[in-house]
Design a protein around this ligand. Structure first.
Ligand SMILES: *Cc1c(COP(=O)(O)O)cnc(C)c1O
Length: 340
């Protein structure tokens, strides 16, 4: 019997044996007393990778973004971001709930916004308007099909932010996927943003955890909000050890996920029932089915054949490659898709 092929998300991975060994042997302490050596090591390591002063380990990517937005804004302010942003669409309305801020949504190019669009979106300094305070980018863009920014485009937005006194945040849940495909480094990214969030539990394959990276002053505030949001943990070093292992061992291999995604695209392109596939740059493949081919039936039929995917809008399906999706599974996916 074939095993289930799970293409729903890169969050479905389970720790490898080596990662578990690193977790089991972690040295731990009470992180609320700042006494967990493994959490401290992870935070110092990643801050250094981004040429930033400090970092904070948090339970989820959502919490990392929400804490950053909270620190950068006051109630009544406005965040400028793409209309497909995770912070706007997939964080439970947290921008308004946690920070009491509104959003100015930009119609970008598969999740990417441009400096001119940011400039046009800044509200005038006039009592009728919310005060524009923060620009948030997403790299790679989830709803944009894993699209990546060019460094020069980020630099142009940085300039707009600097000239207009706006803070600049990056939702870098899958930043290392972008870094794998583009020529820039984590240091380049760290130098451009005021704060960056990173997920350890997506392509990097850790079971839990995200990081916020910024200045020491910002991270001091972030620690307060992490506690307030209920995310301060005790012997979290067991989890942080997985993060350290992931940073040391799972960044390079992301290119395999990208290669597998390209193979999936090739297979999908052969199918007559596919209407359109978003440009695939990294590990996310988003495609639309022709109207006479019902998405719910397609997803259910895949499920019957032990292949899991997610619905990503009307007639739209997402597949994500990851550590536990092996290239040997491609032929099974091809066989099933060819059979519809
Ligand atoms: C997954 C994701 C997050 C948040 O992740 P959680 O850990 O599930 O809260 C944030 N931004 C993007 C772009 C994501 O894909």
């Amino acid at each position: 019997m074939n095993k289930i092929i799970d293409l729903r998300s890169d969050t479905v991975t389970k720790p490898t044996k080596q990662m578990l060994e690193a977790m089991f042997s972690a040295e731990v302490g009470d992180d609320i007393f700042d006494e967990d050596p493994t959490v401290n090591k992870l935070q110092e390591k990643i801050a250094k990778m981004f040429n930033k002063e400090a970092a904070l380990y948090v339970p989820s990517g959502t919490m990392a973004n929400q804490i950053a937005i909270k620190i950068h804004t006051q109630p009544g302010d406005e965040v400028i971001c793409d209309i497909t942003s995770h912070i706007y669409n997939f964080e439970g309305g947290g921008i308004s709930f946690n920070s009491g801020v509104s959003t100015k949504l930009i119609n970008g190019d598969n999740g990417r916004i441009r400096a001119e669009q940011v400039l046009e979106s800044i509200n005038p300094d006039n009592i009728h308007y919310a005060s524009s305070q923060l620009v948030s980018l997403e790299n790679t863009s989830n709803k944009g099909g894993g699209s990546c920014y060019e460094l020069s485009d980020i630099e142009k937005i940085r300039t707009v932010c600097t000239q207009n006194n706006l803070k600049f945040h990056l939702d870098g849940a899958r930043l290392f996927n972008a870094i794998t495909e583009k020529k820039y480094t984590s240091t380049d990214i760290g130098n451009l943003f005021d704060s960056v969030s990173i997920c350890l539990s997506k392509g990097l394959g850790a079971p839990i955890g995200s990081i916020i990276i910024s200045s020491s002053e910002f991270i001091q505030k972030a620690k307060r909000y992490r506690k307030l949001f209920g995310g301060a943990m005790r012997q979290a070093g067991y989890l942080a050890a997985a993060g350290i292992y992931a940073l040391d061992n799972h960044i390079e291999r992301l290119k395999e996920d990208h290669e597998n995604a390209q193979e999936l695209v090739k297979i999908l392109k052969q199918q007559s029932y596919i209407e359109e596939i978003l440009p695939t740059e990294t590990n996310i493949v988003i495609f639309k089915l022709k109207n006479d081919f019902k998405d719910t039936d397609f997803i259910a039929n895949l499920e019957k054949n032990k292949i899991k995917v997610v619905s990503f809008g009307p007639q739209t399906v997402r597949m994500v490659t990851h550590l536990d999706f092996k290239s040997e599974m491609l032929s099974e996916v091809e066989k099933v898709l060819n059979g519809f």
